[in-house]
Design a binder for this molecule. Sequence first.
Ligand code: DNO
Length: 396
Amino acid sequence: MAFEQTWRWFGPDDPISLKEIKQTGATGIVTALHHIPVGNVWTVDEIRKRKDAIESEGLVWSVAESLPVHEDIKRRTDRCEEFIENYTASLRNLGTLGIDTVCYNFMPVLDWSRTDLEVEFEDGSVTTRFEQKPFVAFDLFLLRRPGAEASYSEEQRREAQALFDGLDEQGRDRLVKTVLLGFPGSGETYTLDGLRAALLSYERIDGERLRENLRDFLREVIPVAIASGVRMAIHPDDPPWPLLGLPRVVSDAHDVERILATVDDPANGITLCTGSFGASAGNDLVGMAERFAQRVNFVHLRNITRDDAGNFIEANHLDGDVDIYGVMKALLVEQNRRAVEEPRNRRMPMRPDHGHLMLADRNRPNIYPGYSLFGRMRGLAELRGMELGIRRALEL
Ligand code: DNO
């Protein structure tokens, strides 16, 4: 039993077309209705339109990523109840049309964070990186977050100061733009003032409180997912540690354990994102894949090279510090178990997450960092070959 091979497509505005995706060998599409503002209902009509567009190219809509969770739900403020109702309505609508896997995250304010989106990699391709020094410099000297000093050691502050002093106007601008970059279509690209206000709205929310809010969300939403035939897949924090004084609650195995125990049902599962969890040396990805296999509803495979000081760069899929072979093996064994024991529940969509910008993509406008055609195609091809090798060797 093999993975279902999927590809993230940002919809009609994505510079990469469905026709091109088809030639990568992917059979499933991962997409979201990015044009619908966060918090509003995904109607049956809008879902059907997207589904038809995908199917007209001979592909299937495998996963909704992301069905975003409104900040009011994460904070449990203001219109929380209304947004929960909308969220569950969207789940029902997705279920009605057979879109049965939904990826989401519970990161406050920012989705992924990087400090450089155009790093030339050793082979001349372009990749992204997160480094502590520029991030601390951003926090202390550009965002000037009240109380930020307390988040860092004296040495970190000194190093950040030295880095900041060496940046010219252009370098500072670039750092601000990089950290504030929202996700495509998310409509959530902050200004510095907007980010300050968003952070302030979390002032009273610590890790414990956010965890409680996530538990409330799961208790409200998972029963609807079960009734709608939808499996939820929470995406880990990227990077998996607190940023800008904000709490993070999906960063390690302990967090995952707590989430899965809140509602003990296959509909309450995870997205095993090897790159996000992998940025932290404390996360043993093979161990996590083995331990949580039965609750992995969606897989993001990518790799990073990291150090112990919270710096990492996105490497090619089979290089880097994450043992992708070990992870894949654990998940293929689980795929096989499902095929035998619960054939109706066996789907495990996988996508090559991110890829370097390379070859002809370098001249193609509007490619979102990480979402290139050739880089991801290289990743998918490598992963597909590795998968075949493992399956043949293990006779799966
Ligand atoms: C970055 C992605 C994330 C992810 C969402 C899922 O490339 O992995 O944006 O899609 O956080 O909710």
